[in-house]
Ligand binder design. Structure first.
Ligand code: TYD
Ligand code: MG
Length: 455
C-alpha cells in the first residue's frame, strides 16, 4: 500500500504546502493552513474545472444574444435576488448560520419548482429522508416531481442525477459530500474544492440549475476555500437575527443580475413567508411620540424601505463617552455626532450615545445620516419629533445636507404608508415633481432640518 502523504492547504485560497506554516505563502493570510491527506486526482479529470468544448473563437458580434432563459419560481423575493429567476445551468451557493433556514428555503424553492412540472432532486447529507419528509409535510411541500435522497457519496449522487435527470438540483450541504477518489475527510479543503468543481461541470454540461448549501465559519464567511466563491455563478447569504423571525437573502455575487437586491422573508410555523411590503414590517413596533425615534426612507437595492432609527443619549460617568451603533456604520455615527457638536453647538462630549436601526436590518447608505442626526438631537433635547415625518439626506462635514439618489421613490413610499411630511435635501428635488398630498420640506443644512423637525 502506498504511504499516506500529509500536506497542508489554505482554507482561504487553496494553496498547498508540504509543511505547516503560520502564514499562507499564496495569499498571505495567517492561521489558515489546515492538515489534509494527499489528493488522488482521477485520470478522467474530476479535478479540472475547465469545461472542454471543441468550439473555435468567434467574433463577438456573431454570437447569438437575447435574454437569458430563466425559470421563475413562485417565491418573488428569491427571483428578485437572483435577478429575475433561476438560470438553467447556473451554480448557486447559499451560505448562512446553522438553523437560519437554508434547508427550509431550498425545500420550499424545490417545491415551488416541482409544482411547475420541473423535475427536482434534493440531496440531503445532513438529514434523513424521513426528516425531510416531515419538514415537507409541515411546509406543504409535497409534489411527485420532487425527489429526495439522503446521500453523501459523490458517485451515488451522480447515479441519482443520471436516473432522475433533474432540472433543478439541491446539495444540502457541500461540506457533507465526498468524492471517494479524494482521500481526505468530507468538508476538507480538497473535498469541497473537488466536489464543487464536479457539480459545476455537471451543471454546465447538463444544464441543471444547481444550488449548493455552504456552512459558514465563525466569522460568517462560507467555510472552505475562498475559491469556492469564484467558481460559482451566484453567492447568496441567508441572514437574520436568531431572535427575530425575519430573514434576509442577499446576493454578494451574481453573474446574472445585480447584487443590490435583497429578499425579505419571515419564518413562521409553516416555513418562510415572503414579505412583500418590508416597510410595514420594520415600522410595526414603532412607538409614537417618544424622543429619539425617527423614520428614514432608505433604499435596499431598487426598493425603498422605511425603517425606524432610535437614538439614546444619556449623561456618561466615564471620561470618554460611549458611542455604540447597531445597523449603522460606527464611523458614520461618529461623524454625525462631530457635526452636531461643531455646527449645532450641541455639547455631546459628556454624553453616551447609542444608535440603533430597529428590526435588525443594516443600513449602509449615507442617506440615513439626516435621520440619525435628528434622532440623536431628539434624544439629547428629550424632544420627540412629529410621528409622521420621514427623513433622508446625506450630511457633509460643514453641516450641509447633500443630495441622494432616487428621492422620488423614497417620497412615494412615505406617501403610500401614510406619512405627512418628508424632510429631504433641496438638491434632490431636481427633475421630478413631488406628488400632492404629502408636504415636502427641502433643507440645505442640518440646522434647517432640525428647525423643521422640532418647529
Ligand atoms: P433549517 O432550514 O433547518 O436551517 P438550516 O438548514 O439553515 O440549518 O431551519 C431550522 C429552523 O427553522 C429551526 O430552528 C426551526 C425553524 N423552522 C420554523 O420556525 N418553521 C418551519 O416551518 C420550519 C420548517 C423551520
Ligand atoms: Mg440544513
Amino acid at each position: 500500500m502506498a504511504k499516506l502523504k500529509i500536506k497542508f492547504a489554505c482554507t482561504e485560497c487553496g494553496t498547498e504546502t508540504p509543511k505547516w506554516l503560520g502564514k499562507c505563502p499564496g495569499c498571505g493570510s495567517w492561521n489558515t493552513m489546515v492538515e489534509e491527506k494527499e489528493t488522488v486526482v482521477k485520470t478522467q479529470g474530476m479535478g479540472s474545472s475547465i469545461i472542454q468544448t471543441k468550439e473555435k473563437p468567434r467574433p463577438i458580434i456573431h454570437i447569438e444574444s437575447g435574454e437569458e432563459q430563466r425559470i421563475e419560481t413562485t417565491l418573488k423575493e428569491l427571483n428578485r435576488v437572483l435577478g429575475g429567476g433561476v438560470v438553467p445551468g447556473s451554480l448557486i451557493l447559499v451560505g448562512g448560520d446553522p438553523g437560519i433556514g437554508k434547508s427550509t428555503l431550498l425545500l420550499q424553492t424545490s417545491h415551488a419548482l416541482a409544482s411547475k412540472k420541473l423535475t427536482v432532486l434534493y440531496i440531503s447529507g445532513e438529514e434523513s429522508v424521513r426528516q425531510t419528509r416531515l419538514r415537507a409535510d409541515r411546509l406543504g411541500a409535497l409534489t411527485d416531481k420532487l425527489y429526495v435522497l439522503c446521500e453523501t457519496n459523490m458517485e451515488q449522487i451522480n447515479d441519482a442525477i443520471e436516473s432522475v435527470q433533474p432540472d433543478f438540483l439541491v446539495i444540502d450541504s457541500i461540506q457533507t459530500v465526498y468524492d471517494p477518489g479524494v482521500q481526505s475527510a468530507p468538508g476538507s479543503v480538497s473535498q469541497v474544492r473537488e466536489c464543487t468543481a464536479h457539480f459545476m461541470r455537471v451543471a454546465k454540461i447538463k444544464g441543471i440549475a444547481t444550488v449548493l448549501v455552504g456552512h459558514v465559519t465563525k466569522e460568517g464567511a462560507i467555510a472552505g476555500p475562498r475559491m469556492l466563491e469564484h467558481m460559482v455563478d451566484c453567492v447568496l447569504y441567508f441572514e437574520g437575527e436568531r431572535h427575530h423571525s425575519y430573514r434576509l437573502l442577499r446576493a454578494v455575487k451574481n453573474r446574472f443580475g445585480s447584487t443590490n437586491e435583497i429578499g425579505i422573508f419571515e419564518m413562521g410555523e409553516e416555513g418562510l413567508r415572503e414579505v412583500s411590503n418590508p416597510s410595514e414590517l420594520f415600522l410595526s413596533e414603532r412607538p409614537l411620540g417618544v424622543s429619539g425615534s425617527t423614520v428614514v426612507a432608505s433604499m435596499e437595492g431598487t426598493r425603498p424601505v422605511l425603517v425606524e432609527l432610535q437614538a439614546l443619549v444619556t449623561t456618561t460617568n466615564f471620561p470618554s463617552p460611549r458611542r455604540m451603533s447597531t445597523g449603522i456604520d460606527h464611523n458614520r455615527m461618529a461623524l454625525i455626532i462631530a457635526v452636531l457638536e461643531k455646527r449645532m453647538g450641541m455639547f455631546l462630549q459628556t454624553q453616551d450615545a447609542y444608535l440603533n436601526v430597529a428590526g435588525g436590518i443594516r443600513l449602509d447608505e449615507p442617506a440615513v445620516d439626516l435621520a440619525a442626526a435628528v434622532s440623536i438631537a431628539s434624544s439629547f433635547r428629550d424632544a420627540p419629533t412629529r410621528p409622521f415625518d420621514v427623513f433622508f439626506g446625506e450630511i457633509g462635514l460643514t453641516g450641509e445636507v447633500r443630495a441622494v439618489s432616487r428621492a422620488e421613490q423614497r417620497v412615494k413610499e412615505a406617501q403610500k404608508l401614510g406619512f405627512k411630511r418628508v424632510i429631504m435635501p433641496s438638491k434632490s428635488l431636481k427633475g421630478w415633481t413631488p406628488p400632492s398630498g404629502i408636504d415636502i420640506i427641502s433643507v440645505e443644512t442640518v440646522a434647517e432640518a432640525l428647525t423643521a423637525a422640532f418647529g
